[in-house]
Design a protein around this ligand. Structure first.
Ligand code: GAL
Length: 406
């Protein structure tokens, strides 16, 4: 969990932005990632070591890292396994050792490692593995624990090989924050599935990334995660229409990223977080599902295509389950990406078709997006056996903790 400057500040990270954001995060213990564009014009011409832009970071990145550590935060940085980063700055291809060594000296705790300008060293899993493994070896050689986050947008199926060298891997082209993109298809994000995708692209919508992730959940486990990209929660583009109702889109985005065990990396201007966003991103019950130590793989148990009243294709109604360390107390998510309210009977025999022992229990259903009497998220909506009736508004996700009764 953490924050990354890219979604809001793009190629203009500065010392002030990072420190002010850190101050806003300080009680959370999250990690802060300085993404692309921290770079000086060139590396050190004598040693080849990476150098930071002293206009943006007047005290240097080592100093910034010390500040963040003093504040109790972790420090992440970005580079590309190519000759240049995506923003056109020097990349790490061929400079893995000196870059890793410098990052370790700077006190880096997390490296986001991108895929731009890779000089044709991709196109087969072996080529990508070898290129990304070089940095892994270099990081290991520094002796400093550095979380290694691959960002090759799902090219060459990293979920099949990155688990042995990295802690997370991006599974798609870049997410984009615009209301029509919540469930829209944008030709700039052309693939229908990531399993055989050659052009991950960008401008990928929330629901498309959820669909991509649905097929890859079996690849995750403790310390190896599908990265669904940074959150757009709180940025405003996706929620204009529905924000006033219940923040449905934002709730869906946050809930599904958490449920599918994606790293949760905020991307909005944290210094100006509105109250609704703050309430959503601090839902401890939802975060607990994401961080659950059982590290179980979520499963999409139902995925119904929806039609509008005019008979046109209109999203899906899906039901997801995940087991928790409190097993047989588990969690269920119901997601409606369509534009009309949907009702559904959750038959326990269907949603736990692969776990007979769960089907005949009685559960207290706790709605994690309703507040309880003490003002905290998580309100019981009653005890149920065999089945449960649920109604979900357009673009809404309901998440329940289902507490098994003895
Ligand atoms: C993209 C990456 C983004 C951001 C950007 C920086 O490749 O997917 O998340 O890091 O590069 O240039």
């Amino acid at each position: 969990m953490g924050w990354n400057h890219w979604n809001t500040f793009g190629c203009d990270p500065t010392e002030d932005i990072i420190l002010q954001t850190a101050q806003a995060l300080v009680d959370t213990g999250l990690n802060i990632v300085v993404d692309d564009c921290w770079h000086a014009e060139s590396r050190d011409l004598d040693t080849g070591a990476p150098k930071e832009d002293l206009t943006k970071f007047p005290h240097g990145l080592k100093w910034l890292s010390d500040q963040l550590h003093t504040m109790g935060l972790k420090f992440g940085i970005y580079s590309s396994a190519g000759t240049f980063t995506c923003g056109g700055h020097f990349g790490s291809l061929g400079y893995e050792e000196i870059d890793a060594k410098t990052y370790a000296e700077w006190g880096v705790d997390y490296l986001k490692y991108d895929n731009c300008n890779n000089e044709g060293q991709s196109g087969t899993p072996k080529l990508s593995y070898d290129r990304f493994n070089k940095m892994r070896e270099a990081l290991k050689a520094t002796g400093r624990p550095i979380l290694y986050a691959l960002c090759n947008w799902g090219e060459d199926q990293p979920w099949n090989w990155a688990g042995t060298i990295a802690h997370s891997w991006r599974i798609s082209g870049d997410i984009h924050d615009a209301s029509h993109e919540f469930s829209g298809f944008d030709p700039r994000c052309p693939c229908t599935s990531m399993l055989d995708c050659k052009l991950p692209g960008w401008h990928c919508s929330v629901t498309r990334i959820i669909d991509f992730a649905a097929l890859l959940v079996a690849k995750i486990g403790s310390g190896r995660w599908n990265d669904m990209d940074m959150l757009e929660v709180g940025r405003g583009g996706m929620n204009q229409e529905e924000y006033s109702k219940s923040g449905a889109v934002v709730v869906t985005h946050f809930s599904m990223w958490a449920f599918l065990k994606s790293p949760l990396i905020l991307g909005h201007d944290i210094r100006n977080t509105d109250n609704t966003t703050l309430e959503i991103i601090t839902n401890e019950e939802i975060i607990a599902i994401n961080q659950d130590t059982r590290a179980a793989q979520p499963v999409r148990k139902i995925n119904r295509l929806l039609k509008s009243s005019a008979g046109e294709e209109d999203g899906t109604l899906s039901v997801w389950t995940v087991s928790l360390s409190t097993y047989p107390t588990n969690a269920i998510a119901v997601l409606n990406t369509g534009s009309e309210t949907q009702s559904l009977t959750l038959e326990f025999a269907e949603i736990w078709s692969d776990a007979a022992n769960l089907q005949n229990l009685t559960y207290d259903f706790v709605d994690l997006w309703q507040k309880n009497g003490s003002g905290k998220w998580g309100q019981s909506v009653g005890k149920f056996s065999q089945s449960f009736e649920v109604s979900v508004e357009p673009h809404q996700t309901k998440v329940f903790k289902v507490i098994a009764q003895s």
